[in-house]
Design a protein around this ligand. Structure first.
Ligand SMILES: C[S@@+](CC[C@H](N)C(=O)[O-])C[C@H]1O[C@@H](n2cnc3c(N)ncnc32)[C@H](O)[C@@H]1O
Length: 256
């Protein structure tokens, strides 16, 4: 892959610009939102649970956690980029979620622990760790997640697979939209939004995966990374037009 000035600038500022301009939210394909719905459907039935959205971006997951948070859960969002965190805070306000139920912190998931050990019920790492290029740093991020989870706690991780396919993601998104919103909304998204989703977003991610800047997993590789961090593997499924895996890791219950 040839790197000219524009492509390296794009790579460096991709997330920040997408978050600030809100293009990230506006161009998100329905299939990605569907993957968030799947994450939320796996949450335990525990009204007071503490949920860490690790590498939360703009806090899109909050859309799907609204009911859980209004019913007593606490949302902790963390990201490297303040641009995403400001959007997450704004989202919480727009959803009328009270300030003490949403905590957003700027931090690096590969370094120091931001939360106390054994203090959280759930960690959701929705398409975040795959952007960490170095194997040892990804491993450290997973170990940090393990440490902050309570005994019996749940990690839900979503990461692209080697079958990531931008075209299939757009097609699946249109099918989902057709079923959920009808033909008109689908046609609008297909013609006015999804060409940009594919051109500006999904194709860029695909290049990052192919060049090794980001990690495209096999199921075995993801299983191994979670196991090495201490997790017992639970439910797993393919998501995102079969271009990604959702996998659950459990922190083993320590008895006595
Ligand atoms: C593909 S975005 C996903 C954002 C969000 N989870 C979502 O699904 O919309 C990846 C996010 O991971 C964050 N990230 C990458 N490396 C990180 C690190 N070492 N510490 C914290 N956040 C990180 C990026 O800043 C970016 O917001």
């Amino acid at each position: 892959m040839q790197y000219n000035f524009f492509s390296s600038w794009y790579e460096k500022y991709y997330w920040r610009t997408g978050f600030k301009s809100r293009l990230y939210d506006r161009l998100t394909p329905e299939s990605y939102l569907e993957s968030m719905r799947k994450v939320v459907a796996l949450l335990p039935d525990n009204p007071g649970q503490k949920i860490w959205d690790a590498g939360c971006g703009t806090g899109l997951l909050l859309f799907f956690l609204e009911n859980a948070v209004k019913q007593g859960a606490v949302y902790y969002g963390s990201d490297l980029l303040s641009a995403g965190l400001s959007q997450a805070r704004m989202r919480a306000r727009d959803l009328s979620i009270s300030d003490n139920r949403v905590v957003c912190v700027q931090s690096d998931i590969t370094t120091a622990l931001v939360f106390k050990e054994n203090s959280l019920d759930v960690v959701a790492a929705h398409f975040s760790i795959y952007t960490i290029r170095e194997n040892d740093k990804r491993q450290q991020a997973l170990k940090n997640m393990y440490r902050v989870l309570k005994s019996g706690g749940l990690l839900i991780v979503c990461c692209p697979s080697k079958s990531y396919d931008a075209g299939k993601i757009i097609e699946e998104s249109c099918e989902l939209l057709r079923a959920r919103r009808g033909l008109l909304q689908t046609a609008i998204k297909r013609m006015l939004f999804y060409p940009f989703t594919k051109g500006l977003g999904l194709s860029f991610i695909h290049k990052q995966l192919q060049s090794g800047q980001s990690m495209a997993y096999t199921r075995e590789e993801l299983t191994e990374e979670l196991r090495c961090a201490g997790f017992e593997i639970g439910h797993s499924e393919t998501i995102y037009a079969s271009g990604a895996y959702l996998m659950c890791g459990h922190k083993v219950v320590v008895s006595g």
